[in-house]
Design a protein around this ligand. Structure first.
Ligand code: ATP
Ligand code: MG
Length: 569
């Protein structure tokens, strides 16, 4: 059979379809859903969205857009114990930031609680659900194992009338938390553990952020999810692989009720090296103050990545490149960074900043004179133009760009050596001035006025070009240098009695103050991204105040992904 193709992007070649898109295309061909495509992204508002969610979002919203359908944003708010409105607001902001729009299709599972309950009574009336008095421990004992069948609950054969009465009294709040559940009556010997009389309702005497105290029984994920999809006439309910074994149950509930039947499809979740992705673990990092909040730039959350300076375009590119697959794997963090760099290289203006400044005095430059030199804003983008950078007698360069006693391969500044200052002049170091303790405090250099702009008319060459800023005009800045939060590729791998926190890196954040940045950055706004020449990509942090800029390092300039790929070939 010929590979089905999907609509080519405008002007682009048709791409082969991944297996989810192929299924959707197939269903459109056979008319299974009358050509409709309705997907949903169903976060539980119990944490902030992370890069794994971005994969799901791009699949759900992407497929809907490509097939002319729609994607719902639905809060799967069935467990009030862990949910919070703080998360609800953040989720919407993050999905929008990624570039997707649900239009008017914003839904809440909690809005369907009454309908779900009515359906539960329907199953009780059909003899397909019963109230069970086993507690959680007992239920586990009765459940059996992968190799041993379970045992029927002693409450399994209650009459329909008794079940209905007990369910209504559960709803009315007559029983204690944990004392009773409503269970589906399926098969305690099923090889699929999910089919062994799964719990549909549990008693939970907790207020819900939307329904308040109206309910004291809350539906389980397995009971609720398919019903939510059915109510919204979702066509393709796309979820992660761990729900594959739940699909028979998803289908069973819908078939027993005889209601509209969406198709569940599972794909492999995203794992990234040097990263933990479970919301429970991310919450721990926040609660135990192992990071500075959900939007700490070291977090794999979308708000953290945004604050770090990752653009939404690069995250979408990343999600596209990793594709949609059916087997679990771990993607190299370097690949995400590669997508981030690729985008920043095209879009970010170049500026000069000195993180560890040492003063340079150009002894033959007129005192009090300041001249303006033209610097290219982005060599990758001619339309970005150029800007003026001030040059004067006193400058700063990077301390590590000077060595008094250089080894053979050091081509930067050293006594007697000539180098280029980017967009400016050739300078030659005449002397390193030291304090009483012998520390170098400034460098005395001379410049060659004939080399203005950075080239010598006599054709003489220099072996290196340094970035610099004008001492009197530079702004003071603080810079946060980030590295991976964990020291090992798989932080979830921890010996008995230990956990992922044992792999936290002590070097994931270095705060550098006393940095000097060029004056054009005075106009930068939080979120603006730049390439600091020779240093990396940086983004102005939210905590910046006018006159007190704080920059986050988004990424270094070194792309390790290309190297990793070469090695693999
Ligand atoms: P966690 O287990 O960390 O709490 P979750 O899957 O329960 O995560 P939800 O808020 O329920 O989090 O997820 C919403 C949607 O995002 C689901 O469809 C889920 O399958 C998907 N999703 C969550 N994590 C990932 C991931 N790492 N990769 C791809 N999709 C994911
Ligand atoms: Mg979940």
């Amino acid at each position: 059979m010929e590979e089905p193709k999907h609509e080519p992007a405008p002007g682009g070649e048709p791409e082969p379809l991944d297996f989810v898109r192929a299924m959707v295309a197939q269903d459109n061909c056979t008319g299974k859903f009358d050509g409709r495509v309705v997907t949903r992204f169903p976060p539980e508002p119990n944490g902030y969205l992370h890069i794994g969610h971005a994969k799901a979002i791009c699949i759900d919203f992407g497929i809907a857009a490509e097939f002319g359908g729609r994607c719902h944003l639905r809060y799967d708010d069935t467990n009030p114990a862990k949910e919070d409105v703080e998360y609800v607001d953040a989720i919407e902001a993050d999905v929008r930031w990624l570039g997707w729009d649900w239009g008017t299709h914003l839904y809440h599972a909690s809005d369907y609680f009454e309908q779900m309950y009515q359906w539960a009574e329907q199953l009780v009336n059909a003899g397909k659900a019963y109230v069970c008095d086993l507690n959680a421990d007992q239920m586990r004992d009765y459940r059996g194992t992968l190799t041993a069948p379970g045992k029927d609950s002693p409450y399994r054969n209650r009459s329909i009338a008794e079940n209905l009465d007990l369910l209504r009294r559960m709803r009315a709040g007559e029983f204690d938390e944990g004392s009773r559940t409503l269970r589906a009556k399926i098969d305690m010997a099923s090889p699929n553990l999910n089919m062994r009389d799964p719990v549909m309702y549990r008693i939970l005497k907790q207020s819900h952020h939307r329904t308040g105290d109206k309910w004291c029984i809350y539906p389980s994920y397995d009971w609720a999810h398919g019903l939510e999809d059915s109510i919204e006439t979702v066509t393709h309910s796309i979820c992660t692989l761990e729900f594959e074994n739940h699909r028979p149950l998803y289908d069973w509930f819908i078939e027993q009720l005889g209601i509209y039947h969406p198709q569940q499809i599972e794909f492999a979740r995203l794992n990234l090296t040097y990263t933990v992705m479970s919301k429970r673990k991310l919450l721990r990092l926040v609660q135990e103050k192992l990071v500075n909040g959900w939007d700490d730039p070291r977090m794999p959350t979308l708000c953290g990545m945004r604050r770090r300076g990752y653009s939404s375009e690069s995250i979408r590119t990343f999600c596209k490149r990793i594709g949609v697959n059916k087997t679990n794997s771990t993607v190299d963090f370097a690949m995400l960074e590669h997508c981030v760099r690729e985008d920043l290289n095209k879009t970010s203006p170049r500026v000069m900043a000195v993180l560890d400044p040492i003063k340079v005095v150009i002894t033959n430059y007129p005192e009090g004179q300041v001249e303006e030199l033209q610097a290219v804003n982005n060599p990758e983008d001619a339309s970005a133009g150029s800007r003026a950078v001030p040059f004067a007698r006193e400058l700063y360069i990077e301390r590590e760009d000077f060595m008094e006693d250089p080894p053979k391969k050091f081509f930067r500044l050293s006594p007697g050596r000539e180098v280029r200052l980017r967009y400016a002049y050739f300078i030659k170091c005449e002397k390193a001035v030291k304090d009483d303790a012998g520390h170098i405090v400034e460098l005395h250099c001379t410049y060659d006025p004939a080399t203005r702009g950075g080239d010598a008319p006599d054709g003489r060459k220099v072996k290196s070009t340094l970035h610099w800023v004008c001492a009197s005009k530079a702004l003071d800045a603080r810079v946060n240098l980030y590295d991976t939060l964990f020291t090992v590729p798989n932080p979830d791998d921890a010996p008995e009695g230990k956990d992922f926190t044992m792999h936290l890196s002590g070097d994931s954040l270095k705060v550098v103050s006393g940095c000097k940045v060029e004056p054009s950055l005075a106009g930068a706004k939080p979120g603006d991204r730049f390439q600091f020449e020779r240093l990396g990509y940086f983004c102005l942090d939210l905590d910046s105040t006018p006159g007190r800029p704080v920059f986050n390092r988004t990424a270094t300039l070194k792309d390790t992904w290309a190297r990793i790929q070469q090695k693999e070939q």
